[in-house]
Design a protein around this ligand. Structure first.
Ligand code: PLP
Length: 383
């Protein structure tokens, strides 16, 4: 065997032996909530399409109209000829939603995080990051070549210790966190982190991939309750509740202008297809018009957690931590036999020993099915 193939096969065998090998499964998404896999119809609790907007008629129509008018692809980087006129409208809308001066849209959330962080932090900089932050935030920190220190999950006192000890030795500092944690569904203490940032001149960056559209009246995690935390770097994605594709950063005008000049994943990557941008604009319209609809996913998650006596859901994401990877796989298989798609989440996506079922609730999940799922989890998985 060629050494390259032998290398690949050995890695795959190692993953297999630890129940960590993954695979792609053809999935036909029928509507916002049901999927078909291998001829079986399943109610999905594993899509991040919180408002079921990927299938919304008005949003699909907006995408189709954009293709007819502007074409299927954008043809070049935004800085060359890929900046079709829909971008300006979307960026204005995002800045309004997040109450910042400006916004910039990237090709995806992953591209946004890998691009933003190295613009702000170089080899002499410091990054203090929550240990459970999303993988692409860590990718961005590595590309920055700055000093990266992890703080214990949501532990502001630990973040403070790290800044107290290391801030002075670096030119600039960034505090990085998810706004809503993608695998745990809990919220970051943004107000305390923002105050900490002010104290140490460390810029706060929040990743609100799972916040926009569904919490804080649809505006996201810095708009919870009556308080608005003025997070200076608010990143997020257009591919979850917004139902389209793309990533964004909302920030001050000079920061956004700097990103347009220096973020390599923006400068050297092709602009989004016009259809994705048009769909995102239509989705933001809908969320603004129907705040009660935007609140539905979290309400449904709360029904589920109350029914199981789990901690009250703070977002549409509810984890059921199982422990070992193979046990999480069997729990997922059991639910599949009952007509539910609940994907198991295993390391390295989550820490060793915390393999879990991760459930995402959407606006249109039927209540009786949520109750039936809770019953099965109670009697056959947690029992
Ligand atoms: C999904 C996700 C991303 C990546 O966004 P994409 O647009 O899917 O690339 C970034 N951060 C968090 C917290 C996410 O959950």
């Amino acid at each position: 065997m060629h050494s390259l193939d032998a290398f690949a096969q050995e890695k795959l065998d190692q993953l297999e032996s630890r129940s960590l090998r993954r695979g792609l499964t053809d999935t036909f998404r029928e509507d916002g909530i049901f999927v078909e896999r291998g001829g079986k119809r399943l109610l999905s609790f594993s899509c991040n399409d919180y408002l079921n907007l990927t299938q919304h008629p008005a949003i699909k129509a907006a995408a189709k109209a954009a293709i007819d008018r502007y074409g299927a692809g954008s043809g070049a980087s935004r800085l060359i000829t890929g900046n079709h006129p829909l971008y300006a409208e979307l960026e204005t809308r995002l800045a309004q939603v997040k109450q910042t001066e400006a916004a910039v849209v990237f090709g995806s959330g992953y591209l946004a995080n890998s691009g933003i962080i190295p613009v702000l932090i170089g080899p002499d900089g410091l990054i203090v990051i929550d240990e459970l932050a999303h993988n692409c935030l860590f990718a961005g920190t590595q590309l920055s070549r700055g000093r990266v220190l992890k703080f214990r999950h949501n532990d502001v006192a630990h973040a403070r210790e790290l800044l107290a000890e290391h801030r002075a030795a670096h030119d600039h500092a960034l505090i990085v966190t998810d706004g809503v944690f993608s695998m745990d569904g809990d919220l970051a203490p943004l107000e305390a982190l923002q105050a900490l940032g002010e104290e140490y001149d460390a810029w706060l960056m929040s990743d609100d991939a799972h916040g926009i559209g569904v919490i804080g009246g649809g505006r996201g995690s810095s708009f919870m309750g009556n308080a608005h935390v003025p997070v200076p770097l608010q990143m997020g994605t257009l591919s979850k509740a917004i139902g389209a594709y793309g990533g964004y950063l909302c920030a001050s005008a000079p920061v956004i202008e700097l990103m347009r000049n220096r973020a390599r994943t923006l400068v050297y990557s092709t602009g989004l297809p016009p259809s994705a941008v048009a769909a995102a604009i239509a989705a933001l319209d809908l969320i603004e018009r129907e705040p009660a609809y935007a609140a539905a996913p979290v309400q449904k998650a709360k029904v589920f957690t109350a029914s199981l006596g789990l901690p009250d859901a703070q977002s549409p994401i509810v984890p059921i931590v199982i422990g070992e990877a193979d046990a999480a796989l069997s729990a997922s298989r059991l639910l599949m036999e009952e007509g539910f798609l609940v994907a198991p989440i295993r390391p390295p996506t989550v820490p060793q020993g915390t393999a879990r079922l991760r459930l995402t609730f959407t606006a249109q999940h039927p209540m009786d099915e949520i109750e039936r799922l809770a019953d099965i989890v109670r009697t056959r998985i947690l029992a």
